[in-house]
Design a protein around this ligand. Sequence first.
Ligand SMILES: Cc1cc2nc3c(=O)[nH]c(=O)nc-3n(C[C@H](O)[C@H](O)[C@H](O)COP(=O)(O)OP(=O)(O)OC[C@H]3O[C@@H](n4cnc5c(N)ncnc54)[C@H](O)[C@@H]3O)c2cc1C
Length: 450
Amino acid sequence: MYSEHAQWTPQYTVERVMREHIETIECVQARSACELQSFTQNDSGVAVTLVDLRTGLTSEVETQYIVGCDGASSVVRDLIGSRLEGAFGLSRNYNVVFRAPGLAAAHSHGQAIMYWQINGEVPSHIGPMDAGDLWFFMPTGLAPDVKVTKENAGDLIRRATGIDLPFEVISVDEWTAHRAVADKYRAQRVFLAGDACHLHPPYGGFGMNMGIADAVDLGWKLAAVLRGWGGAALLQSYELERRPVHMHVLKEASQNHSKVGAALFECGLEDESEDGELVRNRVGQRINAEKLSEFYTLGTILGDRYLDSPVVQKLLDRDAPPRDFLNYIPSSMPGARAPHAWLHDGSSLFDHFGRGFTLLVRPAEDHGDIDAAVLHAERQGVPFSVLRLDNPAVNCLYEHRLTLIRPDQHIAWVGNKWPKSSELDVFAMVTGRSSRINVRVPNSEESIHE
Ligand SMILES: Cc1cc2nc3c(=O)[nH]c(=O)nc-3n(C[C@H](O)[C@H](O)[C@H](O)COP(=O)(O)OP(=O)(O)OC[C@H]3O[C@@H](n4cnc5c(N)ncnc54)[C@H](O)[C@@H]3O)c2cc1C
């Protein structure tokens, strides 16, 4: 289904890994304690005013584009006149990070990434931050007048866990859950991505994943335009592709958020009696049924597809497979994520895709049309590679003889024969230099392009 498992990693580790990688990229300059204050833009570029927070000095940077990845209170969003629309203040929460040597061994529940403490007094989530003694604690459903502080957090953790250890509280952050999305993702040369663009409750763990996927979608498109092979429709497609994904995930996350600690509690849950046992069984069944979509999310995470994108071929005679949070149904329809397979040398199919567009050709026999595809790519300056595979599993996953895969591993076009450029200029369509053409592509080896 995929080449890499999901990882449970604290954000400070993800950021360290990304920072270390950024430092190896020559053309990237990373600045900390540096704030974007304002910008002006015209047809040829953007002039950005930055302030160094240590010295208070301002400086100007001239650039072609900016992407506002500046989080929930995005300044860039305000400056382009975009507004978050949705429901605000869904719940008030705290994130407490604390050190607790011995906590992992002080309970009998075994190792987990997160423990849900369902009780009438301090419903909460708790779990290890990493392999050391650092933990997080998140009380849920607090009364409006309750304030969690560094002073009272240790006591709350003791009441929630029933475990008395010397908890060292390191930080207490208050955060509020919202469900909202920006009413526009772009103003000319300025884009929004990540939490600057969409906010939802963190139940399901979709937020950072979705922000990274925004960057994956937008990154190659900006590169294409800057290098001269991407057209205007490519940048327009960013919002058209990502907004439906955001709306879908916002719905899933909000549903998950409606069933947290306090909502799952029933009186008598902790009674040492037969009745208590019955309540525990009933609550257990409810948890299994109602929380499934929060913890089994492969369909939500891998099932996103860009069916109505102007730079993706539209198949007239195919319905997209249903979206199911639990079951990710790989599909080779244009717009879908390219299905994954392991090859017989143990490598991942994805590692054989090029850094630009990849034409996956199956079976290995040559119809002579691939040379034309190579020529079309060369003429238009599109980075392109051909991957010929005759692997039965890959043949099953990819319905058509030819599948054109974008740099972000979504499928752009399928067919059984590479069309003559007088019939259809595939590269012009998928790189946003001409409008989309709707086609019917048969299952069989005959080729029909309308
Ligand atoms: C309790 C909780 C649990 C979560 N769990 C998960 C999870 O399990 N999985 C998951 O995928 N997501 C999770 N998330 C969501 C995830 O944390 C966010 O979606 C993610 O951090 C958003 O990344 P971002 O880069 O868009 O914004 P941020 O992480 O908010 O980063 C924005 C950055 O921009 C900087 N900035 C702001 N203004 C300016 C300016 N004017 N100039 C320069 N810099 C500026 C900020 O200082 C900050 O460093 C969780 C969130 C919460 C609250």
